[in-house]
Design a binder for this molecule. Structure first.
Ligand code: DC
Length: 227
């Protein structure tokens, strides 16, 4: 199986680039952030403070998360209910980042992620894919962009949905999440030593996706030649 690990901060373009590339090369695209979001949503629904390590850990026994793939698109099921569209709010973003710092939550979600990569060719994105989840991934990419550019893109996405957005609020939320994701003790967001770093600040989605595809095709060709 071929595994492609993509890590990077919120809004660097990971999911759009990974989804597009996965469709083109017929790999499954696994968005691991959605798993942390589902845990965050569950805690909010139960009235549990997402930073309360003890309460969150105790509640995990009642959390049942699974992923389904329909026409290549990932759906997230939380206790049997499709929550794919409910996990994109800023409250859930914050809660997911908070629960993701809890070691029990990371251990709880790890097996689900590794199993998917055992059975499928995957492009998996997240924060610790190249470092912890799939340390033997054949291709590792760290996608990044300046916080200002990432906030600009988020704002555009929100406005495209006909909703209002405030640039400074989005920028602040991104910076808070970056800080939490990079400073936590367990599996912090850092590029794997063998990751290719791609800064997408001045790249179009197409350009970044072409770069990723080139790296994957090169890897597939070298695998073929060595067998
Ligand atoms: O990729 P995302 O923005 O949907 O992720 C939501 C949060 O989940 C993010 O702030 C950090 C956490 N996360 C993580 O800790 N490890 C991952 N592999 C993916 C996400």
């Amino acid at each position: 199986m071929i595994a492609v690990a993509i890590d990077g901060p919120a809004g660097a373009g990971k999911s759009s680039i990974a989804r597009k590339t996965a469709k083109e090369i017929e790999f499954i695209y696994v968005d691991t952030g959605a798993l942390y979001r589902a845990v965050g949503l569950h805690m909010l629904n139960c009235g549990i403070v997402p930073e309360d390590q003890q309460a969150v850990s105790a509640e995990l026994a009642h959390v049942d998360i699974s992923l389904e793939f329909k026409d290549g698109d990932q759906r997230v099921l939380l206790c049997g209910q499709d929550v794919t569209d409910l996990i994109r709010t800023s409250d859930v973003s914050r809660a997911s980042s908070q629960v993701s710092a809890i070691p029990e939550v990371r251990a709880f979600l790890l097996a689900l992620q590794t199993k998917l990569a055992e059975k499928n060719h995957v492009i998996m994105d997240g924060r610790d894919i190249g470092t912890v989840v799939l340390p033997n991934a054949q291709v590792k990419v760290f996608l990044t962009a300046t916080p200002q550019e990432r906030a600009r893109r988020r704002m555009q996405q929100i406005e495209e949905k006909g909703q209002k957005a405030d640039f400074d609020t989005i920028l602040r939320e991104i910076q808070e999440r970056d800080y939490r994701d990079t400073h936590r003790e367990i599996a912090p967001l850092i590029p794997a030593a063998d990751a290719v770093v791609i800064d997408t600040t001045n790249l179009t989605m197409q350009q970044a996706s072409d770069m990723l595809k080139q790296l994957i095709v090169k890897q597939i060709d070298s695998d073929k030649n060595s067998h």
